[in-house]
Ligand binder design. Structure first.
Ligand code: ADP
Ligand code: MG
Length: 308
C-alpha cells in the first residue's frame, strides 16, 4: 500500500434513466483522505454523498474523473482495490436468515480470514457494538437500530485499511451512536482510514477530523470543524426566532443568516451588548450561544441541513 488512502479528481456523475430527467449528481468533486484519518462528507438529502461513496467503493462507475485508493486507479483495476476496502451501504440490511454472529463470521471467512481469527474478531465486534444480547437471534427479528448495528459491526470486524460508511448511525439510539463513534475512533488508532457520510452535524463534528460540505454535487467548503466555524467570522451567535424580516438592521454587526422566520447573527463578544440592545428595542427576544458547525453549514450552503 502506498499513497493517500483516497484521492478523487474532478469526479462527475450524471444519471440518465429512460423517462426520467437527467441528474448531475456530482459536478467535479476533488478530495483527499489521508491515511489514518476520519473524514466526513456532510450534506443535505440529495447532495451526492451516496453517489460519491458508491463510486469510491467501486460499486458504481463515474461519468468522468478518477478515484485512486492507495494509488490504485479503481476504474482500471477495481479488483485490485477491493481487498483494501469495506463498505456499509446506505439502507444495507444484514441477511435476514442469519444471526448477527453468523453474519459477521461468514463475511470474515468470505474475505479470507482463518477460522480462529474470524471467530475472535466476530466476538470482539459483537461486544463492541453491544450486540451480544441478540447475537444468536435471526436478523429478521431485530429492530432497525439493531440491524444497522449488525451492519456496522460486520464492517468494523474486517479492520480493512479503508472503511466507507454511508450514514452509519441512522435509526440508532443515542447510546448506540456513541458506541459506533468509539469503535470508529479505535479503528483509526489501529491504522484504518474512514470516510463516512452523514447529515448529522453533531456526528460530523464529534467524529471526523476533517470534513467536506457538499451540496448539489459540489464541495462548497472543507477543513476541520474549528476552521469552518472560524470562517463564519465570530464566536457567538445571537438567535432571534422571528428576526428574519429585520435582517437588514443587523447586518453591520456581523454575518447574518436567515432560516425560515429566524435570524442568526454571528458576532464577536464585544458587539454583543449593542446587538442585544437593538433586539430589545425592536420588541423581539433572542438567545445567545457559541457558534457551532450549524452556522458554518448555513453560511456555506445557504439552507439548513434538514430543510427540504
Ligand atoms: N440511480 C439513480 N438514478 C437517478 N438519479 C439518482 C440515482 N441515485 C441518486 N440519484 C439522484 O442523484 C442526486 C444525489 O443523490 P445521492 O447521491 O443519493 O445523495 P445523498 O446521498 O447526499 O442524499 C439526487 O438528486 C438523487 O435523486
Ligand atoms: Mg445518501
Amino acid at each position: 500500500m502506498s499513497g493517500e488512502a483516497l484521492r478523487s479528481v474532478d469526479l462527475r456523475k450524471t444519471y440518465q434513466s429512460r423517462g426520467a430527467p437527467t441528474v448531475e449528481a456530482l459536478k467535479g468533486v476533488s478530495m483527499e483522505v489521508h491515511r489514518g484519518e476520519r473524514v466526513a462528507l456532510l450534506g443535505r438529502n440529495g447532495a451526492g454523498k451516496t453517489t460519491f461513496l458508491r463510486i469510491a467503493s467501486t460499486l458504481l462507475r463515474p461519468t468522468s474523473g478518477s478515484v485512486e485508493i492507495f494509488d490504485i486507479d479503481i476504474a482500471a483495476a477495481p479488483q485490485k482495490a477491493r481487498p483494501y476496502i469495506a463498505v456499509v451501504p446506505q439502507e444495507g440490511k444484514p441477511f435476514f436468515h442469519l444471526t448477527p454472529r453468523e453474519q459477521i463470521y461468514t463475511y470474515l471467512r468470505a474475505r479470507g480470514f482463518a477460522r480462529e481469527t474470524a471467530k475472535a474478531r466476530t466476538e470482539e465486534a459483537l461486544d463492541r457494538m453491544g450486540l451480544t444480547g441478540f447475537a444468536n437471534q435471526l436478523s429478521v427479528t431485530l429492530s432497525g437500530g439493531q440491524r444497522q448495528r449488525t451492519m456496522v459491526a460486520t464492517v468494523i470486524a474486517t479492520e480493512a485499511p479503508l472503511l466507507f460508511l454511508d450514514e452509519p448511525t441512522i435509526g440508532m439510539d443515542p447510546f448506540a451512536r456513541r458506541e459506533v463513534w468509539a469503535s470508529l475512533r479505535a479503528l483509526t488508532q489501529k491504522g484504518s482510514t474512514i470516510l463516512l457520510t452523514t447529515h448529522y452535524l453533531d456526528e460530523a463534528e464529534v467524529l471526523s477530523q476533517r470534513l467536506y460540505i457538499v451540496e448539489r454535487g459540489v464541495v462548497l467548503s472543507s477543513g476541520t470543524a474549528e476552521e469552518l466555524k472560524r470562517s463564519v467570522g465570530g464566536t457567538l451567535k445571537v438567535l432571534i426566532p422571528d428576526g428574519a424580516s429585520q435582517a437588514e438592521r443587523f447586518r453591520s454587526f456581523g454575518t447574518c443568516v436567515t432560516d425560515g422566520l429566524s435570524l442568526t447573527v454571528v458576532v464577536s463578544p464585544n458587539a454583543l451588548g449593542e446587538v442585544m440592545g437593538l433586539v430589545t428595542r425592536s420588541g423581539m427576544t433572542a438567545t445567545v450561544g457559541p457558534v457551532t458547525l450549524e452556522e458554518a453549514f448555513l453560511r456555506a450552503v445557504g439552507r439548513s441541513i434538514n430543510e427540504d
